[in-house]
Design a protein around this ligand. Structure first.
Ligand code: 15L
Length: 272
């Protein structure tokens, strides 16, 4: 992997990854619709709107591997999601195909499966239950990943990222926390490990309370170093005891599940 491109480089994850991946891939190219405020002189930046297909084609030229973080990273209106996460994602995969890109890491999300209950432990091949338009768009990206892997031979890894942060910030995040250096470990597997066709892995650290069975990632060589458990006592003590939504507390996706909720929760809960 010589020339690696990060899309969405001005976002929260992108900003951290730029610094973490530069020593690994010195020819790193970064792009975003916005110019990063902290752009360094040694960084190669392209300002590109992913909804602009010809610009995305140009961006992908000469690239070996892509870490696709671009698009909206939370819930949005249908139009926002459509432009950035559906059309933008399609343009990216198409640009990659035309440019002969070998590997893609697609930043999917735990919200593609957020309506699974916290009681269950799910693996990468679980039936998806997105919890938002955002979650549906992540499934669309996973679908494109699979299509471009099996039809066009690009090695694609969809990472269902939990919560990327230096430390778990609440009780829910004790189960889904991802330490930044562990994300780098997962990305390197997806970009460098020989034989990758299409994989769905969970972007989490080594969390005792994990809701995700990430044994496939371990099989591929993932050895996470972050552990949420040492934070548990303090995080549990700091958690507000009241005012929580029963829907958010029941499902893995938390508040993404509760937002705009209009179903009869008791009836649905009984059906599980
Ligand atoms: C995500 O997918 C979001 O990008 C991030 O902002 C968090 O909300 C995270 O999920 C989460 O579930 O904590």
């Amino acid at each position: 992997m010589k020339r690696v491109l990060i899309t969405g480089a001005a976002g929260e994850i992108g900003t951290r990854l730029r610094a973490l991946l530069k020593p690994v891939y010195p020819q790193l190219v970064i792009s975003d619709v916005r110019r990063p405020t902290d752009l360094r002189a040694n960084e190669t930046f392209a300002q590109v709107d992913l909804a602009d297909a010809p610009a995305v084609d140009e961006l992908c030229r000469g690239i070996d591997g892509i870490v696709h973080l671009g698009g909206k990273s939370i819930e949005g209106t249908w139009d926002e999601i459509l432009q950035s996460n559906i059309i933008g994602c399609y343009n990216l995969f198409e640009g990659a195909r035309k440019a002969g890109v070998k590997r893609i890491i697609f930043a999917s999300s735990n919200h593609s499966v957020g309506f699974h209950e916290r009681e269950s432990k799910i693996s990468g091949d679980v039936v998806p239950r997105p919890d938002s338009r955002y979650g549906v768009s992540k499934l669309f990206g996973e679908g494109l990943g699979s299509l471009y892997a099996y039809k066009h031979g690009i090695g694609v890894t969809s990472l269902r990222i939990g919560n990327f942060a230096d430390a778990p910030i609440d009780v829910r995040r004790l189960s889904i926390w991802l330490r930044p250096d562990d994300l780098v470990r997962l990305i390197r597997i997806g970009l460098e490990r020989p034989g990758i066709v299409y994989e769905v892995l969970y972007g989490i650290s080594d969390n005792d309370r994990a809701w995700f069975d990430n044994s496939r990632a371990v099989e591929l060589g993932y050895a996470p170093e972050g552990r949420s458990e040492p934070y548990a006592e303090a995080v549990i003590a700091a958690e507000p005891k009241e005012g929580k939504s029963p829907v958010a507390e029941h499902y893995q996706g938390g508040t993404f599940c509760a937002a705009e909720y209009s179903a009869d929760f008791d009836t649905i809960k009984k059906s599980h």
